[in-house]
Design a protein around this ligand. Structure first.
Ligand SMILES: *Cc1c(COP(=O)(O)O)cnc(C)c1O
Length: 236
């Protein structure tokens, strides 16, 4: 299948899942998870209608920015972010989806202040409580959200979550529902900002339809758009 066809297929699946849940498909954004893809492939995806690219390694982000590969689309950082690499990301992406600690939040604030801008962020929640995964624990989220809301150069836009790899289709639905509940709670707790908190990023190639059924406003698809990725060594 061509990239255009895969994108159309994903959009059709999103629209169907949204309709099943009584949602407007227009409130759901399809982001392309572009890790390991070349600048050429990224340009082709944008030419085919992709409006958001999600990048999860600082090195690839930097290389593609230097290449102007994302021109015409918004860019999200979706991977684990080390505090010492914050300067390569803040101000260079539209949204950092993976803020998960007080320390990282402070580092983003400091760099954004230095650049005199306001950085949009999501807080990442480790909804499956997996040791191997990033994200804050659900019980730590309210304090982190209050901290984010109080920072002058950070704007909290919502939550991101990556549930455990599902053994069977449908297994992740309860994690998506739990994330959605946290999102609703945070929105009501951070009263002043509630019009800014509008993004719930969850769902990947294997489970995005369930994520949409449970309220996702942003899904991040890699394999479903670009095909299987070659294996790659973990980040050092
Ligand atoms: C790779 C990646 C995705 C997309 O994964 P697929 O299963 O290929 O759709 C989504 N989100 C994040 C954070 C990723 O790193």
């Amino acid at each position: 299948m061509l990239l255009e066809e895969r994108i159309a297929q994903a959009r059709a699946n999103i629209a169907r899942a949204a309709a099943e849940a009584g949602r407007d498909p227009g409130e759901i954004t399809l982001a392309a998870a572009t890790k390991v893809q070349t600048s050429e492939t990224i340009r082709a995806a944008i030419a085919a209608g992709i409006t958001v690219c999600g990048e999860n390694r600082v090195q690839e982000l930097t290389a593609h920015l230097e290449d102007y590969a994302y021109d015409g689309a918004r860019v999200h950082f979706i991977g684990h972010l080390q505090t010492n690499k914050v300067r390569f990301v803040v101000g260079r992406v539209d949204l950092i989806e993976s803020v998960d600690s007080p320390r990282l939040l402070e580092a983003v604030q400091r760099q954004a202040e230095k650049l005199n801008l306001v950085q949009d962020i999501l807080l990442e929640v480790n909804i499956g409580r997996e040791e191997s995964k990033g994200g804050c624990l659900p019980e730590d989220l309210p304090a982190l959200a209050r901290q984010a809301a109080a920072l002058s150069h950070v704007r909290l836009r919502g939550l991101m979550a990556i549930p455990p790899a599902a053994a069977a289709p449908g297994d992740n639905r309860r994690f998506f529902a739990a994330t959605r509940q946290l999102f609703v709670d945070i929105r009501s707790q951070i009263g002043d900002n509630d019009t800014d908190i509008d993004c719930l990023s969850m769902g990947m190639s294997d489970d995005y339809e369930d994520a949409v059924r449970e309220g996702a406003t942003l899904v991040r698809l890699g394999t479903a758009l670009f095909g299987p990725r070659p294996p790659r060594a973990p980040e050092g």
